[in-house]
Design a protein around this ligand. Sequence first.
Ligand SMILES: [Zn+2]
Length: 254
Amino acid sequence: MGSIVDEKQKERIKELLKLPENAICADCGSPDVQWASINLGVFICIVCAGVHRHLGVHISRVKSANLDSWKESEVDMMESTNNEKANREIWEAALPPGFIKPTYGDSIGLKEQWIIAKYSNKSFSPPNTKDAKRINFEVKEGWIVKKGEVVKSWKKRWLRLIDGEYLYYYKGPTEKSHCGFISLRESGQIDSVSEVDSKPYCFIISTPKRRYLISCNTGEDMFRWIEVLRQAVINMPPGTASNGGSGKIPKMSY
Ligand SMILES: [Zn+2]
C-alpha cells in the first residue's frame, strides 16, 4: 500500500517539474532541477540543494524529487506555488532594480551568500517582512585585502568605487592619495572564487593587463562587492575606451 501512495505522490512531483514555471533552479537558473525545498516551496538544482542543506532544517527542508518519498501534504505545498511565483511574490519580491542574480557558473561561495541572503536573512522579501535583514548595495567602499602584483603578499586596503568606473585602493579610508586603481571600463569580468591561499570570500577582477585578486572580510561583503562591480561594468557611463570619456584618467601609482 505504502509504495502505491509513494508512487502517486512522485507522479505529482514529476508533473510539477514539467511546468515551465519550474523549468530552472529557483536560485541559480540551472536547467537541471531534481530537488526541492519543501518548506520554502521552490525546486532547485543539486548544487543549490547542497547549500540549502547547509543552512539547516530550520531554514530549508530539502528533498529529492525522485529519491525521497513524499507525503501528500508536502506535494500539496509544492503544488500551491512554483519557482516563478515564489520568487516573484516572496523570496525575490524586493530585489533592487538592475540586480544581477548569481548563476550556476558562479562559485559555491557566491551561491551560498545569495541563498543565505534570500532565505535566512529574507534580504529580498517584501518591504514589511518581519526580521528581514537588508543589504545596502549603495555602499561602494570598504576594507578588503588585495594580493600584490610584484610582491605576492596580501595587503589590507580601503577600496572605493568612484564615478561608477574607477576602483581606487588606499591605505585607509581617510588617505588622500591612492595606492592604485582599476579601470572597470577595461574589465570585462568580475568572477567569484570561493577561496585563494586559504583566504575566504574572494573575487577576481580581470582586465587586459592584469587579474586583481581580492578577499573580503565577510561573505556578505563579497556578495555586495561582486554585485556592485558587475552592475558598474554593465552600466558603464558612455565614453571612449581609452580614456574613460572624461579625458581625466587618473595617474597610475603603487
Ligand atoms: Zn541551483
